[in-house]
Design a protein around this ligand. Structure first.
Ligand SMILES: [Fe+2]
Length: 214
């Protein structure tokens, strides 16, 4: 089944075109620190990067309709992108993709029988500001067969530098059994972890700094 014609993806586009306006949201910025950094480890892009990423993708992956919203626990993710000297990298395109709250990617090649969530966009795009800050509102990642919870990220700076990586939940029990995570050295693994903190509305908040190589 070719990506752009996949009826599930087409249905999602219709939903977007039906006047569904994602909620506004606020995310506190990641605290800026100076000083040299070690580049964030890269990780495989995996098989589920969208075959045809929507041009109008934004920072909010969670839709609401008729009092319902995307399944799962809300996650507000605040990011920052810097170079190895700690300088912010404004104008960096940040792409996020992940499975939905049932562990299913909205991708034609994901054969997980879990359902598609028509209110979850599963892919978003942000652009870093002058302070290197970027943000998303999404749902907390869940495990799916063979993987511990994670978010996929692809960052592309204006000068063409890019990094594909994955973000993990610190303290998640499945981390120790995850094949992709276990092949990293402990210090590299640590640099892909984010603390997930409960917030007043019952959702989660996390912060993540990405250091682009060279
Ligand atoms: Fe994945």
């Amino acid at each position: 089944m070719s990506g752009p014609r996949d009826p599930r993806l087409v249905a999602r586009r219709r939903l977007l075109g039906a006047g569904l306006v994602p909620l506004g949201f606020a995310v506190p910025p990641v605290a800026a620190q100076s000083g040299p950094r070690t580049p964030t480890p890269s990780q495989t892009r995996g098989p589920f990067y969208p075959p045809d990423p929507p041009r109008d993708a934004g920072e909010d992956l969670v839709l609401e309709r008729d009092g319902k919203r995307a399944r799962g626990e809300l996650l507000r993710l605040a990011g920052r992108v810097v170079d190895t000297s700690g300088r912010p990298l404004p104008g960096t395109r940040v792409e996020l993709w992940q499975c939905n709250a049932d562990g299913r990617y909205h991708h034609p090649r994901d054969d997980n029988p879990a359902p598609i969530d028509p209110l979850f966009l599963a892919y978003g795009r942000s652009t870093s500001g002058a302070d290197g800050g970027w943000r998303f509102r999404t749902v907390r990642p869940v495990p799916y067969p063979g993987r511990t919870p994670h978010l996929h990220l692809l960052l592309t700076a204006p000068d063409g530098r890019s990094l594909t990586t994955q973000l993990y939940v610190r303290g998640e029990p499945g981390n120790a059994r995850d094949g992709l995570l276990s092949r990293l050295a402990p210090d590299a693994r640590e640099r892909l972890m984010a603390d997930f903190v409960r917030v007043a509305d019952g959702g989660w908040q996390a912060a993540f700094e990405v250091v682009l190589p060279g």
